[in-house]
Design a protein around this ligand. Structure first.
Ligand code: SF4
Ligand code: SF4
Length: 439
């Protein structure tokens, strides 16, 4: 499995730590990151590039520049896809710097009252609360049943079109929580805790159930974590750092209460990348730093567990040819899996174990699809522009099934494929494997 790097540097907590020599000053201005950056590709402007943003962040942190509305807009334009980190020879920690900067921007109150209210409802009342999520998803289900979402594009333009393309709220049977325990098939190899997540059980519950069945087939007794809802990833990415820290502490507490030593397995790349870095998020909290670091080391992506040799051997013996998966298939790597967690080969090894299915490569598979958490909702136009070259690559690949491993990317591709009129099904890696699983 991919070892999470120990966090030598804590999360930045003040301007001095943002501009210290181990962070932004590491940037040697080589420009290698420029061509990988989706926003630089859209504008060709240095200020919309990683190098340009580092320069701006430092200037504001050193109080040489004001945190103006234009500065906030440039920070919001970034997708925090971290592709720049993957190519940076100096090891600049761009994602941590951006989360810190966004946190500071929240404190300066550059946003208007309506934006602040919407963020408060979303981040404080809906995401961390199962009741809040059920209410929001219930409202969406009702709107879909009454056909109201079809009217959304007329009312809200492009933003409405994206809302209208939200996945149909699945039937109740697909939204049931995971059982407390899913026993291992065959001899048990140990236990795994799974994160059900906030949005996943409501919109992609079938993926969580598929993940539990796959882990069981690979020999793991799989346990869910009662009463846990949100890991705080979306909060951190959007600058709600105090709430992110609170959610990190409660996540660690709830998981440790079930088992404080077994792997914590995720099927959502964005949550996985964030939870692996709990140590950095809580590094300045003496009561939690060591525990958070230890917890982060237990976090693994589902594909890492399933592609390990013994798992793959057990799984492969249970995979059968299926007509429910149309080939050729292709893999699009979520940014927070490849750039955030350095998990690259495992999903491919798993897809190649599917009997009778041809896999074709997707050009630019490690480039951002434009989903980026709630970016696609906040900036639909930019988000779809980022997706455009990837849709062309998908068309060229000839694939009829696109596989991903993150709910935001799943949703983004579904919207894009529909808008482009492509006959391509979008599925999660867990679904693709589960469809071929015997029994
Ligand atoms: S995180 Fe992504 S969008 Fe932001 S600067 Fe880096 S490459 Fe560009
Ligand atoms: S690749 Fe790294 S060192 Fe080079 S300009 Fe970009 S951030 Fe700076």
């Amino acid at each position: 499995m991919t070892e999470a790097a120990p966090h030598a540097r804590p999360f930045p907590t003040d301007a001095a730590s943002l501009v210290d020599h181990a962070r932004s000053l590491d940037c040697i201005h080589c420009g290698l990151c420029l061509t990988t950056c989706p926003t630089y590709q859209l504008t060709g402007s240095e200020t919309s590039s990683p190098r340009g943003r580092i320069h701006l962040m430092r200037a504001v942190a050193e109080e040489r520049e004001e945190p103006t509305v234009e500065f906030a807009e440039e920070m919001d334009f970034c997708l925090v896809c971290r592709h720049c980190e993957s190519v940076c020879p100096a090891g600049v920690e761009f994602g941590a710097m951006m989360e810190f900067t966004r946190g500071k921007l929240e404190e300066t109150g550059t946003r208007g009252p309506l934006a602040r209210l919407v963020r408060w409802i979303g981040f404080r009342r809906i995401l961390p609360s199962r009741a809040g999520l059920k209410l929001a998803v219930g409202g969406l289900a009702l709107a879909q049943r009454l056909g109201l979402t079809r009217l959304a594009p007329l009312v809200a333009g492009l933003r409405g079109e994206v809302t209208a393309a939200l996945p149909p709220v699945p039937p109740r049977r697909e939204r049931r929580p995971l059982p407390a325990v899913t026993p291992a098939r065959g001899a048990s190899r140990g236990r795994a805790l799974v994160l059900e997540g906030c949005v996943m059980p409501e919109l992609f519950g079938r993926v969580n159930h598929a993940e539990a069945r796959l882990l069981a087939a690979a020999g793991f007794e799989t346990m869910s974590v009662p009463k846990h809802v949100c890991c705080g990833a979306l909060h951190a990415h959007n600058g709600e750092l105090e709430q992110a820290r609170e959610l990190a502490r409660s996540t660690i507490e709830r998981f440790d209460a079930v088992d404080d030593s077994c792997p914590v397995v995720l099927d959502s790349a964005g949550c996985g990348a964030h939870m692996r870095e709990y140590g950095r998020l809580l590094a300045n909290d003496p009561a939690w730093a060591a525990r958070a670091e230890a917890f982060g080391r237990r976090v693994v992506d589902m594909s890492e567990v399933l592609a390990a040799p013994e798992s793959l051997e057990r799984l492969a013996s249970r995979l059968r040819e299926t007509t429910s998966l149309r080939g050729p298939i292709t893999w699009d790597a979520p940014c927070h899996l490849c750039h955030g967690q350095q998990v690259r080969s495992q999903p491919l090894a798993l897809l190649d174990a599917l009997p009778g299915v041809e896999r074709v490569a997707l050009e630019g598979a490690e480039s951002c699809c434009g989903s980026a958490g709630i970016y696609s909702v906040l900036r639909p136009s930019d988000s779809l522009e980022v997706l455009e070259p990837k849709l062309e690559a998908l068309r060229r690949s000839g694939a009829r099934t696109l596989v991903t491993a993150n709910p935001g990317c799943h949703q983004q591709w579904q919207v894009g494929v529909r808008r482009a009129g492509l006959d391509v099904e979008v599925v999660h890696l867990a679904e693709a494997l589960d469809r071929a699983l015997e029994g």
